[in-house]
Design a protein around this ligand. Sequence first.
Ligand SMILES: Cc1ncc(COP(=O)(O)O)c(C=O)c1O
Length: 392
Amino acid sequence: MDFFEQNIDRRNTASVKWERTKEVFKTEQDVLPMWVADMDFRPPEAVTTALQERVEHGIFGYTFIGDNVSKAICSWMRKRHGWTVEKEWIQYSPGVVPSIGKIIQALTDPGDKILVQSPVYPPFFSMIKSNDRVVENCPLVKSDHQYDIDFNAFEQSLKNGVKLFLLCHPHNPTGRVWKEDELRKMAELCVAHDVVIVSDEIHSDLILKPHKHIPIASLSDEIGEQTITLVAPSKTFNLAGLQSSAIISSNNSFRKKITSIDQQQGAFTLNAFGIIAMEAAYLHGEEWLEELLTYLEGNIATVKNYLVEHIPSLSLVEPEATYLLWIDCRKLGLSDAKINHLFVEEGKVGFNPGPSFGKGGEGFVRMNVACPRATVEEGLKRMKKALKSSNE
Ligand SMILES: Cc1ncc(COP(=O)(O)O)c(C=O)c1O
């Protein structure tokens, strides 16, 4: 476990998480960053070694994405998720957010409605709006323990003329891993109403026990033809700065439309280092990932136990996936501005504020625990201190 316990200083690496806190949290405080979704861990050694070898070679001319990369992705999808992907189904993009942008442009028109399920990853909203499309929101419903889909409202939304459904699977920030019956129901409704499913599965390798990720496109050939799946090694192996991701669809017509956007933008390949890291991670990263998941489970248990024991006014929504914890602060009876102020100014700890995830995010914060256990413990102490000062 020593590997994940290493405390590595990320300052002076242009790290968004560590070096943008003053601007993001509008503070002069030195805030402990537990927000943006990357990890304070080094990736699998095989990735670093592959990158080092490439640097050693020393010539960085034009590169292409070879079949070897697609084969590594196909093999990973088969092994980890039981999903058979043909290599011809794969296209590339520097990131899942850029993929969402180009798919919106390829498959919808300005003014079209796009369905999302809030609270959800904020760029889902901004990508729709900045492309002059319209957000159709069908918020998730929170029960005592988890978030669910209101299927009547979901179908009603589809009937309102929705063109495309942006599914977050697993769901950030609620941590839900959608079950087969839920996926099937959503997919069948989308097929019936001819709505394209864009399934953002960037967190699909970060599944906590005993849950299982089922790619929605794998449910049937018909559902596969209706779906575009977005995956990346960036969350799984902590490679976000290398900007490489994949777009997978069996639907030839979708792929052609996406290619024509790439052609318009002259976007034909990825950064040489991103390509190398993606292949190495998918080929050699499995053992590292298993160790990571065990470590993250320990961090999540640490938070859960600490809240029960020391801060019972906060409660954790039990995550089924990811290292992003969705924490219910509503019992505090404070406004979101006040919650944010307390954590940042009194506790000196930075979380993503719930309202940034849209309707249903009010009164929550999202805490990133992909860091050494000692950092998690420090964050928890700071939370306790922040809330203690609210009672004084
Ligand atoms: C659901 C989801 N999609 C996409 C992204 C970002 O993807 P990328 O960095 O590949 O654009 C994130 C990052 O937090 C995310 O949580």
